[in-house]
Design a protein around this ligand. Structure first.
Ligand code: HAM
Length: 424
């Protein structure tokens, strides 16, 4: 029996890779405009890193981590998200000494043992960004503007940005206590998971998908009515600056997020086109995280986008993959040899060219040239060699030109190179 891949972990096949490369390249381009630099961190970290940052009572840490002991009995975990590893690296390498503000982005696989379904996988990929060092609300607005800019740049417009504030260590305990009191009066209506969460992580009850929990929490106290003066001023300033730059958003005071490190602003980019996996991107401020992980008391804010979900939203949109500039169709060994030499010269020049290597008939070679959507086809057969001229056919208008074999590489390279620059 052949060996298959692991449930919830997908291959990304060549037909889909074009979309992925487009999503990744656009991130590099857009994030670069905002001054972000890429950081690459390992996929495995000490388990303790995630317990301390994401939170012991979160679903991720309680049930979803791929944790194992290595041969030296160290507990290691495949990263379930990127923020904690990036902060670990930021602290370890004292990046804060190099610059007062650090704007970082990353992309790569993450691992969560969740029940796989459309848009939810066990190995999935995130593209994320983290801005460390500034607590000014204008940075929150900048991060959201950058996120919206990215969605515009990749052409996904059926999404909406929701924002909330989760307060800070000064005001959250008060809200938590008020919420627990509210939930305790409705304990029997809550699902068993939420009955347990009520004491450990009561805010998550507001996010439960169970119908009974949804009904029980109608009219629950709003976090936004319990913000301290500092958090309230911050949240108003975020909105003011979003309005100033025309970034559209709505407020959702029931958005609680599944990770414990958040303070103040949180947000999600939501779509209606992916069923229940409706968050395409999510993030927020985490002003206490760097200190919690042993670094200086520096504020931070960031987000991560789910690449599989972005790719699903682009499924029906055409993303152009590279097509050959030239296909060299041949007949006869001498023509093949000349074509092979020409092909290698053109490729070395940076021109995408193709020829046949499997002895196909001329007709079959032309079918392949058509399928590959190449710009030009060059015919090289015995007659052409005898005449000292090859026939070049433009595949868009069908026009045919005779090209002298002498100096053919220079002529082709000039024509196709000029073509490459004009089509950029
Ligand atoms: P998160 O909400 O856990 O936040 O994940 C961010 C995004 O990753 C989600 O909105 C979703 O698009 C994608 N995602 C999460 N789990 C899966 C899955 N099982 N399958 C497919 N896609 C998934 C974080 O991870 C935070 N680190 C975000 C952040 C960065 N906050 C501040 N900085």
């Amino acid at each position: 029996m052949s060996i298959t891949g692991i449930k919830g972990m997908n291959d990304i096949l060549p037909a889909d890779v074009t979309t992925w490369q487009f999503l990744e390249q656009t991130a590099r381009d857009v994030f670069g405009i905002y001054g972000c630099q890429e950081i690459r961190v390992p996929v495995v970290e000490k388990t303790e890193l995630f317990c301390r940052s994401i939170g012991e009572t979160t679903d991720i840490v309680e049930k979803e981590m791929y944790t194992f002991n290595d041969k030296s009995d160290n507990s290691l975990t495949l990263r379930p998200e990127g923020t904690a590893p990036v902060m670990r690296s930021f602290i370890q390498h004292k990046l804060f000494n190099q610059d007062q503000v650090n704007k970082l982005y990353y992309m790569g696989p993450m691992f969560r043992y969740e029940r796989p379904q459309k848009g939810r996988y066990r190995q999935f990929h995130q593209i994320g960004a983290e801005i460390i060092g500034i607590d000014d609300p204008r940075i929150d607005a900048q991060v959201l503007a950058m996120l919206s800019h990215y969605f515009e740049a990749v052409g996904i417009d059926d999404v909406s940005l929701q924002i909330n504030s989760l307060g800070c260590p000064e005001c959250r305990p008060n809200y938590r206590a008020t919420l627990i009191a509210f939930l305790q009066e409705r304990m029997e209506q809550l699902c068993p998971d939420c009955q347990r969460r009520c004491a450990s992580n009561p805010l998550r009850v507001l996010d439960c998908k169970a119908k009974s929990c949804k009904e029980a929490t109608i009219g629950a106290p709003s976090v936004l009515d319990h913000l301290c003066a500092g958090c309230e001023t911050h949240f108003s300033a975020v909105q003011k600056h979003l309005d100033l730059i025309g970034t559209k958003y709505s407020i959702n005071d029931r958005m609680v997020r599944g990770l414990d490190y958040y303070t103040k602003t949180t947000f999600e980019m939501i779509t209606n086109n992916l069923g229940s996996q409706n968050a395409v991107a999510a993030g927020g401020r985490y002003d206490g995280l760097v200190k919690e992980l042993g670094g200086p008391a520096l504020p931070g804010i960031g987000f991560a986008m789910g690449v599989e979900r972005l790719a699903l939203l682009l499924e029906n949109k055409e993303i152009n993959s590279a097509t050959p500039k030239l296909f060299i169709a041949t007949m006869g060994e001498e023509a093949e040899n000349l074509a092979f030499k020409l092909l290698n010269q053109l490729q070395h020049q940076g021109i995408y060219a193709e020829m046949d290597f499997s002895g196909k008939s001329l007709k079959a070679q032309l079918r392949r040239a058509d399928k590959l959507k190449c710009d030009y086809t060059l015919f090289l057969g015995e007659n052409e060699l005898a005449d000292g001229k090859a026939q070049l056919k433009c595949m868009t208008d069908g026009k045919q030109t005779a090209l002298p074999l002498e100096g053919i590489f220079e002529q082709l390279s000039q024509l196709l190179d000029a073509q490459a620059t004009t089509s950029l």
